[in-house]
Write a protein that binds this ligand. Structure first.
Ligand code: ACO
Length: 351
């Protein structure tokens, strides 16, 4: 049977380090508040107007390709996960293809817009393509440049302090080695709370969920009023988060979807060699660790250094762990994520 294996992995984070003290210069916050609630000490911000999710992804992808022993032009499909794309459209997949100079005519590219669980969804999509025999070298990327779209005033402090920029990439290839590679993936969604963790403008919602009916203006006039009320006044072009709801739901869904994956392959938490959770918040990761009764050396967290890099957080953390020798041949690695949508998912990999 053919499975997919991670043949190469790479990550890139921008040089500029932004500490909690730096944020205190522009908004009313404190190092103590941020560390106590999220565990974050510092994060990286890309160079504005020079670096983008695509350029950062290209840096990570080149490392992943080199480690997989292939040239970028040997990639036959790109799956690109981001919530902070270079453009509204086209997606980052084609921009990355161009950045990497891939011109052969078998090439395909898609973007996955599943925010924090974007990398797990992307990995699962790529896994199906490999198993079906459709592609041989798939580049799966998560990349975010949050620093271009956060509200750095005190109004946006509950969200702005949490996020950072960066990119991670893996090359997926088929393997026939018995019991190796991606063993199982599990994807879930529930749109009930879509607006509780969202950035809703620009969009074609036309005020739905924002009390459009209360205005009672003709459509023609409504457009301008809507733009003013919601874009300018309510700043709906910044992310909005109901932090407590996200926290409560995340600490339930993370263990649930990890157990679902373990049950599928007849294993239990003690079989996990390394859990790499989406780096949403150190408190969430610690809660999950406690629920699954995993010792410290079986969970990899790096949110302290990079903040929450959304779709990039899992491949960055996985790559860092691998570079530090924490992922060895034969290890059972568990990846899991929860985020906006709500969407959540898990993957079990025998390295
Ligand atoms: N600095 C200082 N004070 C702040 C900040 C800040 N950066 N942000 C909010 N506050 C204040 C609030 O204004 C509020 O003040 P008030 O009591 O005077 O009204 C007070 O702190 C408490 O605010 P809450 O929002 O109730 O704070 P809470 O204890 O819930 O912590 C947090 C907020 C950290 C976001 C928490 O809800 C949480 O961890 N949620 C999980 C969400 C998460 O991790 N999201 C990551 C992105 S989504 C994902 O990846 C899944």
């Amino acid at each position: 049977m053919v499975n997919s294996k991670i043949a190469g992995i790479g990550f890139y984070v921008p040089e500029q380090v932004v500490t909690n003290a730096d944020l205190m210069k522009v908004m009313d916050t404190s190092d103590e508040w941020i560390q106590e609630r999220s565990g974050i000490k510092e994060r990286r911000y890309g160079k504005k107007h020079e670096e983008t999710p695509t350029t950062m992804a290209a840096n990570a992808a080149k490392i992943a390709c080199e480690r997989a022993g292939i040239k970028p032009e040997e990639i036959d499909f790109i799956v690109f996960a981001t919530l902070s794309p270079d453009y509204y459209f086209p997606g980052c997949g084609v921009l990355l293809q161009r950045e990497l100079g891939i011109t052969h005519k078998e090439m395909g590219a898609i973007d996955i817009r599943n925010q924090c669980s974007g990398f797990i969804y992307s990995l699962s999509v790529a896994d199906q393509f490999i198993k079906s025999g459709m592609y041989k070298n798939i580049l799966v990327v998560g990349s975010e440049m949050h620093s271009m779209g956060l509200d750095f005033t005190t109004r946006g402090r509950n969200v702005a302090v949490l996020f950072g920029d960066g990119a991670g990439a893996v090359v997926l290839q088929p393997t026939t080695e018995e019991g190796k590679g991606i063993l199982t993936t599990h994807l879930h969604s529930d749109g009930t709370y879509a607006e509780e963790l969202a950035l809703i403008s620009p969009g074609s919602h036309g005020g739905k969920h924002l009390g459009k009916e209360q205005f009672g203006f003709p459509e023609a006039l409504y457009g301008e009023i809507f733009v003013y009320e919601n874009l300018i006044e309510n700043k709906t072009y910044y992310p909005n988060m109901n932090g407590q709801l996200v926290f409560k739901t995340a600490v339930t869904k993370f263990p649930e979807v990890i157990m679902e994956a373990l049950n599928k392959v007849g294993m239990t938490p003690v079989d996990i060699d390394l859990l790499v959770p989406h780096q949403a918040n150190l408190r969430i990761a610690q809660f999950v660790q406690k629920t699954l009764r995993l010792p410290d050396d079986k969970v990899y967290n790096n949110i302290m250094k990079y903040g929450n890099t959304t779709a990039a957080s899992i491949p960055i953390a996985l790559c860092e762990a691998w570079e530090a020798g924490k992922v060895k041949d034969g290890d059972l690695v568990c990846l899991a994520a929860f985020g906006s949508g709500f969407t959540w998912g898990s993957a079990l990999i025998r390295w």
